[in-house]
Write a protein that binds this ligand. Sequence first.
Ligand code: FES
Ligand SMILES: [Fe+2]
Length: 330
Amino acid sequence: MRAQQFDRALRRYWHPVATSEEITAEPKQVRLLGETIVVYRDAEGLVALRDKCVHRGVALSGGCIRDGRLMCPYHGWQYDRSGKVAFIPALGSGGAIPSQAKVERYRVRDDHGAVWIAPDEPVADLPPWPDDDWASDDWRVFLVGTWRWQSSAGRMLENAIDFAHFNFVHEGFTELADGAFIKPFDVEVTDSGMTYAYDDSVLLRDYTLHLPFTLHDRKSVVSAAGGVTWSEQGESKAGDITTITFIASPTDRAETLIFSWLSRNHSFDTPDADFGAGFHEVMEQDRIVVEAQDPAELPLDPREELHLKLADSGSIIYRKLLRELASTAA
Ligand code: FES
Ligand SMILES: [Fe+2]
């Protein structure tokens, strides 16, 4: 019951479904919240429709564009960009097209190098970046890539906010410089999620979470003496900030498409690709533990699983916020 309610609440947010380059004039299938959606570009922009022909249920993404319309591969019915069937070859031109001959059309937009869909009227705009990174000349942002995990978006995002695993899963990569012992830190609930900061003596990590599945992990170098981490390439100096943004897109209850961006206020001469090095290795380390979690869906009831009051306080509050979010859906 709660799972359906949670899904309904998630329908009211923008979720990335593909990179901008992946969506062309050719129809492509994407997945969001268990539904298949066909997305393509025409002369007017992006089109996103339910990927299921109303006639016999065939995926429209297997068809092609004919006369500016999306044509089903089975009997050639042609859908216009609003999702209405505009031509049925078996009826000939002038044939009376049934009024129910249409599929759902989705809100779709292209931003930050990704294509986003909000199935229902969104309650929030796209998540803001912590330093207005996209608009500011002081920052350089790029989409590092996408990853598909066989786990829920909630499990993935909780992994991203959980720094207590770094010294075990990411040895030699993103370890806490001062060790696995978690010092006191405060989680603050905000209008759109929560924030907290953790200083490991080399990096100050500012976490900003926007519900449901966006996390900005903003790392400021406080001391270059302790060495550099994989995301601060080259000559790190105090004041250098690298923000890694994760958005977990809920393709299904137990599958996630992860988008990650990297933003920096330093090393503009270093090619973006150099910052992406090591990323895949770290993501793979996380994928292995997260896919091993049972159940795949994030348990929202605090009585499920065992929590440490301080080290897990971010997760405890995150699960509480997701419970509240689910309760807002009818
Ligand atoms: S199944 Fe699509 S036209 Fe028949
Ligand atoms: Fe991790």
